[in-house]
Ligand binder design. Structure first.
Ligand code: CA
Ligand code: CA
Length: 587
């Protein structure tokens, strides 16, 4: 080799090294987030794309090859804090970012499973999470890893060091606020909801400048509360959406009305709208609050620039069963007579599956996705439930001693036909894969009054399985017809998210500990691996070094063992854990 060639080679290798290091240190941009679903070498948003379809175009791992799948590394979350692990990992430039129970964050070498750094939020003693000390994941933006804590703060960490860059109090945890959802980043703003509907908080969605943590807007989700935008540091009233203060509430009850958007949101850039669901109106005892109680148990479309509510769709008006309407609204398109319908779908806790027009919130169709619904006889042509009045838990004020209303048996149970665990949508099969549960509850009402930081239910309940041999049902549902194409029945209630891929596969974990892969068209089980503890996290897939990987968190916990009545007995022998498992095909 002559000297000129050597110099050329040296130059070339320097350029390659620079290019590699540029990749290794690349910050996450709005474009990266916007294109996340189709860029297979990273996962930079909750939902594998802000629409939340949880679909990957990857095909290396497919219905023919998946039987060869094997774990390549496992990572322990350590400590004694082994509670439910509901996190969805994110991956960027060979680094995986996950959250663990008790508001912990980890950066892990995605090739080897080596820990790069760990961050522990120092939580105060008085936190009030309703349903286990879980967290569902981080957001990535620029050089930041952003997550929310059980004491209701947003924290942004440097992605390389895990050191705090900014930290903001979102709300007062002493009033019952907490945050468990993964935030999302839309157009440079980090957007979060809050939890606390069981404590009579006021639900709200907030947007912060992702780089600095400065607040941009606030949108309360209980009718009557004013929204605000901040311009040049000044707080400006953004007006009321949807009528006068508490119009659909009696008296002052809207002031502690709940409607917590605790599961976070999705975003669709076609219509430039955020979609957030809202939880139960507070208290649970519906006789204390006649009216529809806007905007509880609803889906809200929100302008990402100023927090204005553009449309709302209420799945359970005057909710009396804790049918939180928080479940994710997933945008998808389909064709009718050659015309594209911009739709969005959601599987509600109340047992009905809804297809809406995502441009304006119009009801397209709805149908039951569980076998048993007692509280409503169906939906009318606007999607409003046709109540079965005999199935509303009775008014304690009409009882002899005024202390307990009549008990009814309602299905689904308050843990829902589907709870937080996200479904997936495949554009190949045009099916939704819905993790659901068949259970019912005895429920009754009691008197209650609001007290800051105290449980505000006015109800008692006990949950029961409907069938001896299964509670969980993974369903493949055609959103155009309501037809169930296949089902997989699971003994324990399902509590983890779903992933689908162009390899004709559906991935999901179960509380028994298995990560499973199903044929997306038929539901046939193609692969299962026991992770050692219940899987209630959401699986992801991505490529690295030319190979396709799958990752999922394992670690039993969540709401079921805490709130599950007789169902909790069914799962009491499941062991706790706290692991990330990563899989690929052999070379
Ligand atoms: Ca991606
Ligand atoms: Ca609730």
């Amino acid at each position: 080799m002559n000297n000129v060639s050597k110099v050329k080679l040296l130059k070339l290798s320097v350029m390659v090294a620079l290019a590699l290091s540029a990749t290794a240190n690349a910050n996450v941009t709005d474009k990266d987030i916007s294109n996340d679903q189709m860029t297979t070498d990273d996962v930079v948003s909750y939902g594998l794309g802000l629409r939340g379809q949880r679909y990957s175009p990857l095909t290396m791992i497919n219905d023919k090859t998946v039987s060869e799948l094997r774990p390549v590394w496992g990572f322990s979350l350590g400590g004694e804090k082994q509670r439910g692990q509901e996190s969805q990992p994110l991956v960027k430039d060979g680094v995986m970012y996950i959250t663990g129970s008790y508001s912990r964050v980890y950066a892990i070498d995605a090739m080897t499973g080596d820990e790069l750094w760990q961050y522990d939020a120092r939580l105060p003693d008085g936190i009030m999470p309703c349903c286990d000390v879980i967290n569902r994941g981080v957001a990535l933006y620029d050089n930041l890893v952003i997550f929310a804590t059980l004491d209701s703060k947003l924290v942004a960490l440097n992605k390389d060091t895990g050191k705090v860059v900014w930290k903001k109090k979102v709300e007062d945890y002493k009033a019952g606020y907490s945050i468990t959802a993964a935030p999302i980043v839309v157009k440079g703003k980090v957007i979060t909801g809050v939890a606390g509907g069981e404590f009579g908080i006021v639900g709200k969605v907030r947007a912060y400048d992702a780089l600095t943590g400065s607040i941009v807007w606030e949108r309360p989700t209980v009718e009557g509360h004013m929204g605000y935008v901040w311009e040049n540091g000044k707080k400006i009233e953004a007006g009321i959406s949807g009528g006068a203060p508490g119009k659909t509430w009696p008296g002052d009850l809207w002031k502690s009305g709940g409607a917590a958007p605790w599961l976070g949101g999705t975003y669709d850039k076609d219509v430039d709208l955020l979609f957030f669901g809202t939880g139960n109106p507070a208290p649970w005892n519906s006789h204390l609050r006649p009216g529809d109680n806007y905007f509880s148990s609803s889906r809200l479309a929100i302008n990402p620039d100023n927090g204005k509510i553009v449309w709302h769709f209420q799945t359970t008006p005057h909710d009396g069963w804790d049918y939180d309407g928080v479940n994710e609204l997933v945008s998808f398109d389909y064709k009718v007579n050659g015309k594209t319908i911009k739709a969005a779908a959601t599987a509600d806790r109340n047992g009905f599956f809804y297809v809406l027009n995502r441009e304006n919130g119009d009801f397209i169709r709805g149908f039951p996705f569980v076998d048993k619904i007692t509280w409503a006889k169906g939906l009318d042509d606007k999607g409003r439930p046709i109540f079965d009045d005999a199935n509303r838990p009775g008014n304690p004020a009409s009882s002899k001693d005024g202390k307990k209303g009549s008990t009814v048996v309602s299905a689904p149970s308050f843990l829902g036909g589907k709870n937080w665990m996200p479904m997936a949508y495949s554009k190949d099969t045009e099916l939704f894969y819905v993790p659901s549960n068949e259970w019912e509850m005895s429920i009754w009402n009691e008197p209650t009054a609001y007290k800051k930081g105290a449980a505000y239910l006015g109800a008692g309940f006990t949950i029961k399985a409907i069938n001896d041999d299964y509670i969980g049902v993974l369903r493949a549902i055609d959103p155009k017809t309501g037809k169930e194409v296949w089902r997989y029945k699971n003994y324990a209630p399902l509590w983890g998210g779903v992933l689908t891929t162009a390899g004709n596969l559906v991935f999901m974990g179960n509380p028994e500990g298995y990560l499973m892969a199903f044929d997306a068209k038929t539901g046939e089980i193609k692969y299962k691996f026991n992770t050692g503890s219940g899987v209630i996290g959401s699986p992801i897939t991505w490529t690295m070094g030319g190979e396709q990987y799958i990752s999922v968190l394992s670690g039993w916990g969540g709401a079921v063992p805490l709130w599950g009545g007789e169902v909790a007995k069914r799962v009491k022998n499941f062991n706790q854990g706290g692991m990330v498992w990563t899989f690929k095909l052999p070379k």
